[in-house]
Ligand binder design. Structure first.
Ligand code: HEC
Ligand code: HEC
Length: 307
């Protein structure tokens, strides 16, 4: 990790390159698949009792998350993990806190048949979509087939999720030399790099591209029932390891961490710097880091897709 940090600082000082990349204005996607996926994303038909859609836990007006410590599924059942944002999820190298899904297509069916989320068997999901005349016609138009498969459902939803990107945030405009940061925000960015946050939170999503330990320097106790990397791989060294979450739009997705254990951004930054860098920051340092993190909020452009 030290080497990576050295490398990042070296490249940014020698080549003038920044370790964070702006979100592109556009990603390639298929508009007809995405439009169908958008309907599925907002449709409670995919939950057992027709009460919950993907958007219930990934509310686009709440930064693509749900504002709860852990999510609530059908029959008011509580899950064990905090809902990460779906905004810019397309840029993550794997999906879920522990990276158990390789991509958005692989991820999309998980919540449908998760008993504490939407609780619907995939056979039943296919049956429901197939028996709905409108969906049947629309899937036929897009896939050219008269039968719908579970993979088709996943593909459409994933295609819609690709559109959920947030370019043009203040920080991206700064990177592209189209805008300026205030002195406090700039100080925050400098601290973010020099303190070492950047060694784990970098790239286009300011995270989302590596697995790291929560408690890398000052360990925290692992909760027994948690979906960390260890719960997926069974390797002891993967205990308390998670995919580094994106910090894009972070000002809008409290509470924080895999279990929602930090209520505010101030608490998250304080705990992060202590447990993952071994630092006790001053009030002004924390304030500057938060001012910087606020500049990572962008504009949702998915409105180009209409059902
Ligand atoms: C009941 C709440 C709930 C519902 C409904 C739900 N999700 Fe999630 N979602 C979560 C939680 C909690 C996680 C994190 C679980 C984990 O990592 O173990 C998550 C993770 C994700 C991720 C991974 C993001 C990342 O950064 O790793 C994506 C993408 C996603 N959900 C999309 C969807 C889609 C698409 C649907 C509908 C088919 C959906 N979700 C339905 C709560 C929900
Ligand atoms: C060693 C790698 C590492 C370093 C260094 C690091 N982070 Fe993190 N960061 C993580 C991981 C892993 C998580 C997820 C932890 C969890 O959920 O328990 C995380 C989570 C966060 C979150 C909460 C995100 C969310 O959606 O819940 C914030 C905010 C954050 N980090 C900011 C920072 C700041 C600011 C710094 C520097 C002071 C920093 N991080 C340094 C790895 C790191």
């Amino acid at each position: 990790m030290k080497f990576l940090l050295f490398f990042l600082i070296l490249t940014s000082s020698v080549f003038g390159a920044e370790p964070i990349l702006p979100i592109p204005q556009y990603v390639h996607y298929d508009p007809s698949k995405a439009a169908l996926g958008q309907r599925l994303f907002f449709d409670p038909i995919l939950s057992r009792d027709y009460t919950i859609s993907c958007a219930s836990c990934h509310d686009l007006s709440k930064g693509g998350a749900d504002g709860q410590c852990v999510s609530t599924g059908i029959h008011a059942q509580k899950g064990i993990m905090n809902a990460p944002t779906v905004l810019n999820a397309a840029f993550n190298f794997t999906q879920f806190w522990n990276g158990r899904a390789k991509n958005l297509v692989e991820q999309a069916l998980g919540p449908i048949h998760n008993p504490v989320e939407m609780g619907l068997s995939l056979d039943e999901a296919v049956l429901r979509i197939q028996s709905d005349p409108q969906y049947r016609t629309d899937f036929l138009k897009v896939t050219g087939r008269s039968t719908v498969t579970e993979n088709d459902i996943a593909v459409m939803i994933a295609e819609y999720e690709k559109t959920l990107i947030t370019p043009n945030g203040k920080f991206d405009l700064y990177l592209q030399r189209k805008g300026k940061l205030d002195p406090l925000e700039k100080k925050g960015y400098l601290l973010f790099k020099t303190l070492g946050c950047i060694s784990c939170h970098n790239g286009v999503n300011v995270g989302g591209n590596s697995f790291q330990k929560m408690g890398a320097i000052v360990p925290i106790e692992r909760k027994a029932n948690i979906d960390d990397r260890y719960s997926f791989t069974g390797r002891v060294r993967d205990k308390n390891i998670f995919k580094v979450p994106t910090l894009r739009n972070i000002a809008h997705t409290a509470p924080y961490f895999h279990d929602g254990s930090a209520a505010t951004l101030k608490e998250a930054v304080t705990k992060m710097s202590y447990h993952n860098l071994g630092l006790k920051l001053t009030e002004i340092e924390i304030e500057a880091l938060i001012a910087f993190l606020d500049t990572l909020s962008g504009e949702l452009t998915s409105l180009t897709v209409h059902p």
